[in-house]
Write a protein that binds this ligand. Structure first.
Ligand SMILES: Nc1nc2c(ncn2[C@@H]2O[C@H](COP(=O)(O)OP(=O)(O)OP(=O)(O)O)[C@@H](O)[C@H]2O)c(=O)[nH]1
Ligand SMILES: [Mg+2]
Ligand SMILES: [Zn+2]
Length: 293
């Protein structure tokens, strides 16, 4: 039988096989080998009866995300709020750059439309080519576009603290009890955060979704340089062939740059996104200077 590991707990692997959840130990040789099973792995299991089983083999992985540690991730759902907290858009861009670097699809969910609705945020990222979904998890249904986006995928939620990631999990799987924090309770005591990794299975959509703890800063992926950063901004990719310096153009004021002469004037890239690109480019260049000194 083949199933998906959705949780690790006290030395047990919980494997979803169809509608059944098996509590498994791993075969000894798997525990000793270098790649021990991890959440997200497709595995071959032998059922032992009574809801117990043994993990026999790990099927080849498509990828392994390190933080959170999940295998076979297919997309990142960047969650941000319309307000409260104020969206940290450069963080959204950093997450999208990281997703592009890992060849994962990026989807953006702007939550809390009950508090404020800002269509310009939607437009900015749609122009970039991303699927952007707006909604309110406390005053509405989970948007059907979001459910469609989750279908058949292994998705990881990522974003600032307090934007509604755990609320989304709770709305998707009411039977599970992920910890929902309170954004107004800023005390260190009593504020719960999401710790262990777990995939939540949505049988109606054959979808798996992982919550992650909120974060406010994030380094750009290692291996990224000033020459390749622009490739991680989908709306700038076509500039490569049009800039005078082609693939060597970093779109930061070079003569004959198509980003300046064509993409910005025609709004094929949002000026705010371009500004944040320049800020990230500056950061990458500073890293490079430090490395060469
Ligand atoms: N007004 C409003 N509040 C919401 C909405 N969705 C979630 N909240 C509230 O926002 C707060 C934070 O929600 P969480 O789901 O814990 O946020 P989180 O992204 O998991 O935060 P961390 O776990 O700290 O990363 C909670 O008080 C939720 O009730 C919404 O659509 N509108
Ligand atoms: Mg949370
Ligand atoms: Zn250029």
């Amino acid at each position: 039988m083949v199933g998906r590991i959705i949780r690790l707990l006290a030395g047990y692997y919980f494997v979803q096989t169809g509608s059944d959840l098996l509590r498994c130990r791993a075969r000894g040789r798997l525990r000793l080998s270098e790649d021990t099973p991890c959440v997200g792995d497709l595995v071959e299991v032998t059922a032992l009866g009574g809801g117990e089983g043994v993990v026999e083999n790990i099927l080849p992985r498509r990828n392994v995300l390190e933080r959170p540690l999940v295998a076979n991730v297919s997309q990142v759902i960047v969650v941000a709020a319309m307000t409260a907290p104020e969206p940290n858009l450069i963080l959204v861009d950093r997450i999208l750059v990281a997703a592009e670097a890992l060849k994962l699809r990026g989807v953006i969910f702007f939550n809390k439309t009950d508090l404020q609705r800002r269509e310009e945020l939607k437009g900015m990222y749609e122009t970039a080519g991303y699927l952007v979904i707006l909604g309110s998890l406390t005053c509405g249904n989970v948007p059907s576009e979001l459910l469609d986006a989750l279908r058949g995928q292994i998705s990881v939620l990522a974003g600032q603290s307090g934007v509604g990631k755990s609320s989304l999990i709770r709305r998707l799987c009411p039977e599970t009890k992920p910890v929902v924090g309170d954004v107004s309770a800023k005390t260190r005591h009593g504020r719960h955060t999401t710790r262990h990794v777990e995939l939540h299975y949505l049988p109606d959509y054959d979808a798996y979704v992982a919550d992650t703890p909120g974060f406010s800063r994030m380094d750009l992926p290692l291996g990224l340089n000033s020459q390749t950063l622009a490739e991680h901004f989908p709306e700038m990719r076509l500039a490569r062939e049009r800039c005078r310096f082609g693939g060597d153009c970093q779109h930061s004021g070079e003569p004959g740059c198509a980003v300046h002469s064509q993409l910005l004037p025609s709004r094929a890239i949002a000026p705010e996104r371009y500004k944040r690109y320049l800020a990230l480019l500056d950061e990458v260049r500073q890293h490079e200077r430090r490395r060469y000194k």
